[in-house]
Design a protein around this ligand. Structure first.
Ligand code: NAD
Ligand code: AKB
Length: 313
């Protein structure tokens, strides 16, 4: 039986990945951690306060709980990191280096998400290949490319079972995203259900890859469970579920809520970041090597998001 440590359990992905892991592996086999002990993840199972930039904190928890797999979700998302690049690097890379070192010494597997942010303006933007040019122009992207390389290095040099996916923008209805360029695609649903006019920070024709949270959770767990013999790639797999622009998602929501309104007030930083990211990725390697197969598209995700948020708000 696996003993899992989740780092960053209180974040957008961690708050849904943690209960999913507890359901599969058992409450006693998943230790959830974050900088602060607040949120449902604390009362629902084993919880620890961990600052992953401090390697001793990770060692302590890994030893006490006999951890053999780490899901490392600690990071500062693209727009926030751009406002404080040193902090973006220190957290993005600092936590990863510590996780990989602990994994090397204590024999753990490591999952650390990369991102569409690992690509840049020289990358082919349409049907972006798995193996292609990666020259990102944001500090977030720099940490993601460095993290992919470092994770592959630890695998090749030390045999650390490090795996990752390049997540697109993740859309969810439990925890709001914090400081990303794709956050608008979550916020738009909250505005629609609250009957508020949505102010969109990206231009109407900005196409980006996106994914609904249930698929993002499946991606992490299925990759970590995949047969290592079948993995030709490791860090990191392109995964996507849909590609849309602000205009497309607006019209999709309007099918359910015809009075919904949106205006554009473009945020220059987010516009510049989004312009360097792919319009749509080719995720055929993930499909071939470990059976990636998302369940939700824009239509089914929108129906579900609106239903859940109507109940919640
Ligand atoms: P988030 O910002 O919502 O959550 C990150 C969590 O990490 C927070 O709860 C924060 O408190 C915690 N954290 C920060 N510094 C820490 C530290 N030093 N020690 C321990 N915990 C720390 O982020 P998220 O959206 O859940 O993203 C998780 C991972 O997935 C990140 O690597 C992110 O880059 C990646 N990713 C996310 C998306 C997305 O749309 N959410 C898309 C692509 C990739
Ligand atoms: C962000 O916008 O920073 C994240 C991501 C796509 O990595 N949502």
């Amino acid at each position: 039986m696996k003993k899992i440590l989740v780092i960053g359990a209180g974040g957008q992905i961690g708050s849904e990945l943690t209960p999913a892991l507890r359901k599969i592996y058992g409450q006693d086999n998943v230790v959830a951690s974050d900088l602060r002990l607040n949120g449902d993840w604390v009362s629902e199972g084993i919880a620890e306060k961990v600052d992953a930039t401090n390697v001793i904190n990770i060692v302590d928890v890994v030893k006490r709980h006999n951890i053999d797999a780490i899901y490392n979700l600690a990071a500062i998302l693209s727009a926030t990191a751009e406002a404080n690049p040193k902090m973006g690097w220190d957290i993005g890379m600092g936590c990863l280096v510590n996780c990989l070192e602990v994994a090397r010494i204590y024999g753990c597997a490591v999952f650390t998400p990369s991102s569409i942010g690992a690509f840049g303006p020289e990358t082919p933007p349409d049907n972006t290949p798995q193996d292609t040019i990666q020259r990102p122009k944001t500090i977030y992207g720099v940490t993601k490319v460095a993290g992919e390389l470092l994770s592959d290095y630890y695998f090749q040099r030390f045999g650390v079972d490090a795996r990752s996916v390049r997540y697109p923008g993740i859309i969810s209805n439990v925890t709001l995203p914090g400081g990303g360029t794709t956050d608008y695609a979550v916020e738009i649903y909250y505005a629609a259900v609250k009957k508020e006019k949505f102010v969109c920070p990206l231009p109407e024709d900005t196409f980006l890859d996106m994914m609904y949270m249930p698929d993002a959770i499946d991606a992490a767990i299925n990759l970590m469970e995949a047969d290592p013999e079948k993995l030709k790639h490791r860090n990191s797999f392109n995964v996507t579920a849909m590609s849309f622009s602000p205009k497309t998602i607006y019209h999709e929501i309007k099918k359910h809520l015809p009075d919904f309104e949106m205006e554009y007030r473009v945020n220059p930083l987010k516009k510049a970041i989004a312009a360097t990211w792919p319009n749509s990725m080719d995720d055929s390697c993930a499909r071939r090597e470990w059976g990636w197969n998302p369940k939700y598209n824009l239509e089914t995700m929108t129906t579900d998001m609106l239903k859940v948020l109507k109940g919640k708000l």
